[in-house]
Ligand binder design. Structure first.
Ligand SMILES: [Ca+2]
Ligand SMILES: [Ca+2]
Length: 249
């Protein structure tokens, strides 16, 4: 009787024990992951979560619109080719900071003639720092002077990460129309999109305008904005270059 029970216990527990031993010896995927990769995944997750709330589709890749786009008749907003203000539609631009009194965070813009997309003039360099003990976000704003983009299909611009200073692969782009009001910021009239694939090389980002959920009226645009955020930046301090901001038909 006891022998039978002993034998039964052996049959049930021995394979379990062997299984557990093999499992505990197997290399853990989790620990093999570099902290940097983990951070990127977290950033992507935040992007997904935010996108879910806003009902914006974010694939985590460069937007690949199934639109047929043409550069003919493109509305160039800023090519920075004069290396001075204003932009091509007569609008002012500059860096903005959430908390100018917090010197541990900030964003600075400057014209750069040595690194640019195309042969002429300049690009704009954005040096940002969202590494602060306080909540930190900042970026770049550009006035669009009420341009009508209702005949256009996509926003396009070129971006390059600064290899020497480092750069975030993720940042936010916003388009606001003149109907935007700070009294009712959640009422719409601002669309946002997360760029997630910045590299060290110049790369064109093409965002179909229908991805800017919330931007209902496209007949009068007020502002183009870039936002660096401590929560989602894959690198909290660095620099990126922006050039040739345009709307494509
Ligand atoms: Ca340029
Ligand atoms: Ca800092």
């Amino acid at each position: 009787m006891f022998k039978k029970i002993f034998w039964l216990v052996g049959v049930i527990f021995l394979p379990l024990a062997i299984g557990f031993f093999i499992y505990s010896c197997a290399p853990k995927k989790e620990s093999a992951q570099k902290p940097e990769e983990k951070k990127e995944e977290v950033a992507k997750e935040v992007v997904k979560q935010e996108a879910g709330e806003e009902k914006i589709e974010v694939t985590g890749e460069l937007a690949k619109p199934k639109l047929t786009l043409t550069r003919e008749g493109a509305l160039v907003v800023a090519d920075f080719d004069t290396c001075k203000k204003p932009n091509n539609v007569g609008g002012d631009f500059g860096a903005w900071n959430k908390d100018p009194s917090d010197f541990t965070q900030g964003c600075f813009d400057s014209f750069v003639s040595t690194i640019k997309h195309g042969d002429e003039g300049c690009s704009i360099q954005l040096m940002y720092d969202v590494d602060s003990p306080n909540p930190a976000y900042n970026g770049f704003w550009m006035k669009l002077q009420g341009i009508d983009i209702s005949d256009y299909k996509a926003l396009s611009f070129w971006v390059k990460g600064d290899e020497m200073r480092g750069f975030t692969k993720v940042f936010k782009v916003e388009l606001k129309n003149t109907k935007f009001s700070w009294d009712r910021p959640s009422a719409g009239n601002m669309g946002r999109y997360y760029v997630t694939e910045v590299t060290k090389d110049w790369k064109e980002i093409v965002i179909p305008l229908d991805k800017f959920a919330g931007l209902e009226d496209k007949t009068s645009l007020a502002e183009f904005t870039i936002v660096f955020e401590d929560r989602i930046a894959t690198k909290k301090e660095g620099a990126i270059y922006i050039d040739d901001i345009a709307f494509l038909k």
